[in-house]
Design a protein around this ligand. Structure first.
Ligand SMILES: [Zn+2]
Length: 460
């Protein structure tokens, strides 16, 4: 094949320049969002509010209409700090807080003592019921994180595997406290979680009436002198009875929470039809410099917000020509358990209707596998995504919806046809290494082109 010379030279002279122009806009947004005065953007802090002000000013400048319940703001109340006074004694073993056990961010106060009941994985579903025949009223229950082997596809929802859901089930059965012990096969919260790793505490409103702690598999073995891996095999095989635990447990939790008012920032371009809107979301909150010195959260998720704003500008240029309304929302409180997304999903549903949701969480470190697309295969607009990707030369890497935790989960649970895009987790994730110097501007510009095209196709 011969090179089409004319096209080749046009590419040589124009492509780098347009890439630079695109990158300039993205760079300007990311710089403003990770600026020192935003202090790592822990939701509800002054720093995060400064980033929100910047985003709102940009939405105004682009010509978006306000789409919040107070101008551009979708007001959201959240818990941004939580502290515990706690003690856990198993038999004679006094467990070490933050090493052997940690209190869950949604735990309530509790002071309880007694012989606990082991309830397998703590599930109670039509496909699998760990509580059958167990009376846990007023008791402490112990359950493993994760899922019985081979049962994942049979459960009515993967959400049942979350700590909150398991604790809510225990509460509904009358338990006073729950000890969640790390699944020894470590397929618990995520594929990467190790059996002796405690999850980060995510501050949240309390699940009232139950105290919840996470225990490492090793601390379980020390305290109960039992082989959890063996027990797990028995549970998976269905050949087990509620373990007669003979070891007494004493658990005390005293929680101190800090509530704040915050907001997601939403702007829109109105369409001519009354079809439900297309919603593009990217969270702007981070983990805060106070928690991680030197932290910027440039990839997670200043990069996603920058791409969203750039796409918003392109879509705003089509004003008056779109059939469907497109809402752009910079979400708060993702790092605190999708709190902003849950509130925004409800508000958008009630005000504009339940449409399609596209999430972008991390856009700055694309590797050879392509752009991760969580929930692509089951997505209502699957065909549009595939064709926009091939039209813009964007390789998509399809994964199940729940394979990644971000705001797309909250919108899916609220009934939106939801998809999550991401360039994926890397060693610098949630660390001081997540910095602006590490972002790949060229690839971000490419993601911007892809998503701009997808949204225009959907709105047409
Ligand atoms: Zn994120």
């Amino acid at each position: 094949m011969r090179w089409p010379f004319a096209a080749f030279f046009v590419f040589l002279f124009l492509a780098p320049q347009s890439a630079i122009a695109g990158s300039g806009e993205l760079m300007r947004h990311v710089r403003a969002i990770v600026a020192p005065e935003t202090q790592g953007r822990l939701a509800g802090t002054k720093g995060a509010n400064r980033a929100a002000d910047y985003i709102e000013s940009q939405m105004k400048a682009i010509g978006l209409e306000p789409a919040g319940d107070d101008g551009f703001e979708i007001e959201t109340e959240l818990v941004n700090a939580v502290e515990f006074d706690t003690s856990l004694t198993i038999g004679t073993h006094v467990a070490a807080p933050d090493v052997e056990f940690g209190v869950s961010g949604f735990s309530d106060d509790v002071d309880v003592e007694g012989v606990p009941v082991f309830v397998g994985y703590g599930l109670s579903d039509s496909a699998w019921d760990d509580y059958q025949g167990a009376d846990v009223r007023g008791r402490i229950v112990i359950a493993m994180t994760g899922c019985p082997e081979g049962q994942e596809e049979r459960l009515s929802s993967k959400h049942l595997l979350s700590s909150q859901s398991k604790a809510a089930v225990a509460l509904s059965k009358g338990a006073k406290a729950m000890i969640l012990v790390n699944d020894p096969r470590a397929h618990g919260d995520s594929d990467t979680q190790r059996a002796d790793e405690l999850p980060r505490t995510v501050p949240a409103f309390p699940l009232e009436g139950i105290g919840v702690v996470r225990l490492t598999a090793k601390a379980f073995a020390t305290g109960f002198a039992a082989d959890l891996a063996k027990l797990q095999t028995e549970v998976d095989g269905g050949k087990w009875q509620h373990l007669a635990v003979k070891t007494k447990v004493a658990l005390e939790i005293d929680v101190d929470r800090d509530d704040v008012d915050t907001a997601s920032i939403a702007g829109m371009v109105r369409g001519s039809s009354d079809k439900p809107p297309i919603v593009f979301g990217a969270h702007f909150d981070g983990l805060g410099e106070a928690a991680i010195p030197g932290y910027q959260g440039a990839d997670d998720n200043a990069s996603g917000v920058a791409v969203m704003l750039a796409v918003a500008r392109r879509v705003a240029n089509q004003k008056g020509r779109l059939k469907r309304t497109v809402i752009f929302v910079a979400l708060t409180g993702e790092e605190l358990g999708y709190v902003g997304a849950r509130r925004a999903a409800r508000f958008i549903d009630e005000t504009y209707g339940r449409g399609v949701f596209i999430n972008l969480d991390m856009a700055g470190r694309l590797d050879d596998d392509g752009l991760r697309a969580f929930g692509l295969e089951s997505w209502t607009a699957n065909k549009a995504a595939t064709s926009a990707a091939s039209g813009s030369g964007m390789a998509l890497d399809a994964h199940p919806l729940y394979a990644s935790g971000s705001d797309h989960i909250a919108f899916a649970e609220a009934g939106f046809g939801s998809i999550g895009f991401s360039t994926g987790i890397h060693p610098g994730y949630h660390s001081a290494d997540d910095r602006i110097e590490k972002l790949n501007w060229k690839q971000m510009a490419k993601i911007e082109v892809f998503l701009g095209r997808l949204i225009r196709d959907l709105a047409d």
